[in-house]
Design a protein around this ligand. Sequence first.
Ligand code: AMP
Length: 377
Amino acid sequence: MTEQILPGATLGVLGSGQLGRMFAIAARRLGYRIHVYSPDSGSPAGQVADREFSSPYDDLDSLSEFARSVDVVTFEFENVPSAVTDCIERSAPVHPSGRVLGIAQNRLVEKSTLQKLGLPVPGFRSVRSASELNEAVIQLGMPCVIKTATFGYDGKGQSIIRATDECALTWQQLNTAEAIVEEFVPFEYEISVIGVRNRQGQFTHYGPFRNTHTNHILDVTVSPAGLNETTKNAAVEITRTIFEQFDVVGVLCVEMFVTTDGQVLINELAPRPHNSGHLTIDAHKCCQFEQQVRSICGLPIGSSEQIAPAAMANLLGNLWDPPPEWSRLMERPGVQLHLYGKAAARPGRKMGHLTVLDETTELAVAQVRAARSSLHT
Ligand code: AMP
């Protein structure tokens, strides 16, 4: 029988942003102790942890000390070198594994691995120079999207190419050794499914959620997404297959496009809780963060049942100038405010989010948008 890590044990988190903070809050409620590791101090997760290790990711001595101080490690920031997970795995189990992390860290590895499994991805090519880019663009057709193979998120390190004469400059500006070029997907919706699987193989999922982005950053999520049964089932089956094939333990989000002709194509994997799942804290019986705790500890996973239709709106740093008027928001019953404890507000920085539950998603989304607007009216 798989050994269970029970309340009272210490859970380690790599990365110390809002995802780590909400994980730590869920874990503390269940009586666990939390150690976080990142180069920062006074971080969103560090503020609610028992211990905050503030050292660079390449400080293997500090990492070993961190690993020895915990019973299991998970992460909220996946762009850590494989040397980090190798080092930690010598002292404590890491979930999801370094292998899953390695796949999700590199868009080319990710897309080719998914394609080999027969899972649907947009057409893509690997490019290492301006001339290879030129060739790929001709093969794929325009417009197409170029993304750095590594370290890209929220639209960073990517651009759209509409004509071959843009290739030279785009390649120069991307300033990378390797990139992926994808056909531009004329999507009708962007959706996500968040899966959870424990060390014994028990699986559940949330969503599909429907997501809208502004400037490549998630803006609003609604659930249920209003998709037909075929599309919904296709998205969930893709997620289940990924969990089984990669032997994922923990929480992982699959971001997908739904095209106008009903095709579901995978955009990317996030091997951790996801921004689109923040509404699970208020709208589901057991949230994505508690599931992260349960799954990595080998405990039975909780119910992912949704209590009511819900909408979530992100609060980005842009809203901090002038400072938000929180009392306006608090006058509105049913609006759940979550703030991440970040001191400095920068444009595009995720500072918090709002969730509203209502009888329909239309009502919930209208309320959540109105609540956000009320911060400055
Ligand atoms: P990503 O960093 O890959 O999640 O991309 C950020 C956003 O860019 C996505 O949420 C989409 O809105 C858009 N995008 C990315 N790849 C494509 C694509 N192949 N076709 C159309 N839009 C895309």
